[in-house]
Every structure is written in structure tokens, then in C-alpha cells.
Ligand binder design. Structure first.
Ligand code: ADP
Ligand code: MG
Length: 352
């Protein structure tokens, strides 16, 4: 009698495992877009085109001109924990956005996924996965690069489907994600298209590859995304300390905002929302801004991957510095220095 009711431990099948993992990696259409665009950047793309329909609920398609995936490797790209980006021996040595090998299998578990890819002059091929089961690889025609198409996100998980917001809100979230990624990649061209209802659709965001050195390119890209007013009021920041480099632009206190909407922070190219870094910003502007004003900045911290752990959260918007005080100190001192110097210049101009 007792044995009949005893819970039985058994191994979950891959489909169930992928759907559970997908819950962490893919919260909404914008998170799918983030994963796919990051993959395109990791593949060295110079041009990335993103199309979505119905707020990304029925279709997300990311096309890139990156390195492509060999036909034989397509099934592997869709397998769990399969990645070309890290070495088993050094989980902290991360130079790419991806490293978990989780995005594609997760997306394949919660939507209808097709990857079409071509490496250089080789023949192209495509693979589809639906409801977690892979179809055989087929030949396909395309130019070098990769097209990932995700249809009917969450069709297999109706509970998730219910939590999605209006098409408009989801489209807005997609636009925000694409803009953030585009800030960190000024030499890459991005096009975002709303193709609801079919056809060519409507371009909702587009930036061409910027020219010049990193600072020129970044300045141009920020002007196009945050606005020319930000760019005109922004101080160039470039400082280093003990293996950490801080670069980017920080606006004059006179160009502050009533909320923190214009605070863009990146660690090793990843958009982050990190309490420590936001606190450091606050500290840097403390003497220059009243309490209800927020500085506008686009700042990039670059360091050896060993000095920061980006493995804290699957969505990867939190990071953990090996030496948090160092990151904070660098931000506070570099910004205070730039602000003081700008203030000094302004007052000497007035006096003169
Ligand atoms: P991760 O990015 O963590 O490695 P993904 O599941 O996102 O995991 O991708 C699995 C693998 O598929 C990647 O490591 C990469 O080799 C390949 N891949 C995915 N997207 C692309 C792309 N757009 N271009 C070239 N290769 C890709
Ligand atoms: Mg990835």
C-alpha cells in the first residue's frame, strides 16, 4: 500500500529540462531578441537586421552577416550546454556575450525555431525544432551569415503566454533592448523592423556603422540613440585603474533628468543594471546635483574577464566585481574629476 503512493524519483526528459531553463533565459520576446542579437555580435556580424511581428509574439527574426554555423554543427548549436565560446577548463575566461549554450535550445523548447546558416562559400543549410524535437538538416540558399527565426513564442507554455503584455509594450521592450546593444557596438549597423501583417514592414530603428576611432564612433552612436542634446552636453570619460578601464560619456549636471532613464551602464560590453554602479554614479554627482535629479551617462567598464563574474544571473544583467571598491572608486574619481574640470572651465569663461 505504502509503496504505491511513494513518490518516484525519475530523470526529466530533455524537453521538460529545456522548458524549465527557458523560463529563466526567455522571459518575454525582448529577452529572445537579446539572446539572438548577442549571438550575432559574438559571430562578428557587421550588419544585424531584426524583424518582429505582433510585439515579437508571432515572429522574431534576426539576420546577420557573421561567421555562420557549419551544416554539421547545426544540431549541436541546438543542443543544451553546447557552445563554441568557452573552454571547460576556464569558466571565468569569457570574451563573448554567450557562454552557457542555453539560448538556442531554450528558444527551441518554447517556440518554433528555424536556423538557416552559411559559412563563407560553403553550402547553406537549415534546421528546425518544434516542441523540443529537431528535424533533419536541409540544404538552404542564403548569403554568408545566419538567419534565426522564432515563431509563436510560448505556444508550448500557455501559462507564459498569458503573462505577455500588449504588442505595443512588448515592441517597446524589444526596441529598448536593441538600442542598448547598439550603443555598445558602434561599428555594427542595426535595423529593427516591425513586420506585423507581412511584407517589408516599417523600420522602427536604424543606425549605420559609425566611423572614426572608438570615441568618435561612440559619440556618434550615442547622439543617434540618446539624442544630440545628450551628445552636446556630454563629457568624455577615459580613465584606468588596476586593470579596470572606464570609458564613455557623462552629461553635465545641467543636462540631468528627473528619473534614471538615461543611465546606460555596460560591463565588458554587456548592458547591466547594477546597484553598486548606480550607487557610484550617485556618489560621483553628489556635489553637483540635487537629490531628485539623475545624471545621464553612457559608461563602459572594460576589464580582464577574471576581474568580474558575469555568471551571477542567467539574464546576466547583474555582475559581481572581484574588487567592488575598485570599480566604485574608479567611477567616482573619474566622473568627479571630469565634472570639476568642466565646472572650472565654465567659471573661467564667465570670469574672462
Ligand atoms: P551561447 O551563445 O551561450 O554559446 P547559444 O545557445 O546562444 O549559446 O548558441 C549556441 C552556439 O551556436 C554558439 O556557441 C555558436 O557557436 C552558435 N551560434 C548561435 N548563433 C549564431 C550566429 N548568429 N552565428 C554564428 N554562430 C551562432
Ligand atoms: Mg548565445
Amino acid at each position: 500500500k505504502i509503496s504505491e503512493n511513494r513518490p518516484v524519483i525519475r530523470q526529466l526528459d530533455d524537453g521538460a529540462i529545456n522548458r524549465i531553463a527557458a523560463g529563466e533565459v526567455v522571459e518575454r520576446p525582448a529577452s529572445a531578441v537579446k539572446e539572438l542579437v548577442e549571438n550575432a555580435v559574438d559571430a562578428g556580424a557587421r550588419r544585424i537586421e531584426i524583424a518582429y511581428a505582433d510585439g515579437g509574439k508571432t515572429l522574431i527574426r534576426v539576420t546577420d552577416d557573421g561567421c555562420g554555423i557549419e551544416a554539421e554543427a547545426l544540431p549541436l548549436a541546438l543542443s543544451r550546454h553546447a557552445t563554441s565560446k568557452i573552454d571547460d577548463s576556464d569558466l571565468l575566461d569569457i570574451h563573448t556575450f554567450g557562454f552557457r549554450g542555453e539560448a538556442l535550445p531554450s528558444l527551441g523548447a518554447v517556440g518554433r525555431l528555424t536556423i538557416t546558416s552559411r559559412v563563407g562559400r560553403e553550402d547553406g543549410a537549415s534546421i528546425s525544432v518544434e516542441g523540443g524535437s529537431m528535424k533533419p538538416v536541409k540544404p538552404a540558399a542564403l548569403s554568408a551569415g545566419t538567419i534565426v527565426e522564432l515563431r509563436d513564442l510560448f505556444y508550448a507554455t500557455p501559462a507564459r503566454l498569458k503573462f505577455m503584455r500588449t504588442d505595443r509594450a512588448e515592441a517597446q521592450a524589444i526596441t529598448d533592448v536593441v538600442k542598448r546593444l547598439a550603443m555598445a557596438e558602434p561599428f555594427v549597423a542595426f535595423t529593427l523592423r516591425d513586420v506585423t501583417g507581412g511584407g517589408e514592414g516599417r523600420v522602427s530603428f536604424r543606425v549605420e556603422a559609425e566611423n572614426g576611432d572608438l570615441f568618435d564612433a561612440l559619440h556618434g552612436r550615442l547622439a543617434r540613440i540618446i539624442g544630440t542634446e545628450f551628445a552636446e552636453n556630454a563629457l568624455r570619460i577615459d580613465a584606468s585603474r588596476d586593470g579596470l578601464r572606464l570609458l564613455g560619456y557623462a552629461a553635465l549636471p545641467t543636462y540631468s533628468r528627473g528619473s534614471s532613464v538615461a543611465q546606460y551602464l555596460f560591463v565588458n560590453g554587456r548592458p547591466v543594471k547594477d546597484k553598486l554602479l548606480i550607487g557610484a554614479l550617485r556618489g560621483a554627482y553628489f556635489d553637483f546635483l540635487s537629490r531628485d535629479r539623475h545624471p545621464a551617462v553612457a559608461l563602459f567598464i572594460d576589464c580582464d574577464p577574471h576581474l568580474v563574474d558575469v555568471n551571477v544571473h542567467p539574464a546576466k544583467s547583474e555582475v559581481r566585481f572581484r574588487d567592488p571598491g575598485l570599480a566604485r572608486g574608479l567611477i567616482v574619481s573619474a566622473l568627479r574629476h571630469a565634472l570639476a574640470e568642466a565646472g572650472h572651465r565654465a567659471s573661467t569663461t564667465v570670469a574672462g
